[in-house]
Design a protein around this ligand. Structure first.
Ligand code: APR
Length: 253
């Protein structure tokens, strides 16, 4: 069912939330656009302006590692000042109410953590851009350290003392998905009774496989997104509206 208007959407969604015991939010970049962070595939999205740097290219080219870090630091002001939006706060309210045991996200902006959901209850399928890791020895590096090395070396990406390349703790195209996150994501998906896909175009696999998996395991499927997705026909409820407007009524406190 595609809801005809916001009031119907909120009423229908409220009924499903009321009836559910184990809600699994699955978020994409659309939940963070009202926080000032662009998404990827909207007309002003990041992949419209820049082609993503595939993992093998990052590993093979020092120039592309420099470019990757240049792009990340161009975004630093946006990421640093972003605060959780109405969607994040509504999901955090449902988490505090005991309706959301854990949350699955494709986002890398740390805003679900900032909204008060415990880190151990957030499954980051595509990692986190607020810190960096050595790809060899997995040493953690803070962005301030990388930035200082980057700036004082004439905008060159630093390497780890072990010789490994340092990259934000995100998953690039062509990079292996985090095994634990995928396993936990699948477990949560199979056991939820309401799957809320919020702000994702649902085009990137294997993450896009979770909504149909939830539905095929008996959960109700809700898709909240401005644009149509390929899973709309499978959903019990499709809300084609602004995430903040739709979820604001579920913010408690
Ligand atoms: N309200 C409702 N929908 C919105 C809003 C909003 N305020 N802002 C954006 N959207 C919608 C867009 O219309 C779009 O369909 O959110 C969706 C975001 O889709 P994408 O930009 O494709 O982002 P996402 O689905 O998270 O991308 C998945 O792709 O590039 C990789 O790793 C990256 O995790 C990302 C993955």
């Amino acid at each position: 069912m595609i809801t005809p208007n916001l009031a119907t959407a909120i009423s229908e969604l409220g009924g499903l939330i009321e009836d559910a015991d184990r809600i699994l939010p699955f978020t994409g970049a659309g939940i963070s656009t009202e926080c000032g962070i662009p998404d990827f595939r909207s007309p002003c999205g990041l992949w419209i302006k820049n082609q993503p740097i595939p993992f093998d290219v990052f590993m093979a080219s020092g120039e592309m590692r420099d470019e990757s870090w240049r792009r990340r630091f161009v975004m630093e002001e946006i990421f640093a000042k972003a605060k959780p939006g109405r969607g994040h706060r509504a999901l955090a309210s449902l988490y505090r109410a005991g309706k959301v045991p854990a949350l699955l996200t494709q986002n890398i902006d740390n805003l679900h953590q900032d909204s008060g959901i415990a880190t151990q209850d957030i499954v980051e399928l595509h990692g986190n851009t607020t810190y960096a890791l050595c790809l060899e020895c997995e040493t953690r590096y803070e962005l301030s350290w990388v930035r200082e090395k980057f700036d004082t070396s004439g905008q060159h990406a630093p390497d780890c003392s072990c010789g490994g390349h340092i990259k934000t703790a995100t998953v690039s195209f062509g990079q292996a998905m985090p095994v634990d996150a995928m396993r936990r994501g699948e477990e949560l998906t199979r056991h939820c009774d309401l799957f809320l896909a919020v702000g994702s175009s649902l085009v990137v696999w294997p993450a896009a496989g979770f909504p149909p998996m939830a539905k095929h395991n008996g959960a109700a499927l809700v898709i909240i997104n401005r644009e149509p997705t390929e899973f709309d026909a499978l959903a019990d409820l499709v809300v084609r509206g602004d995430i903040g407007d739709v979820l604001a009524p579920f913010i408690a406190g």
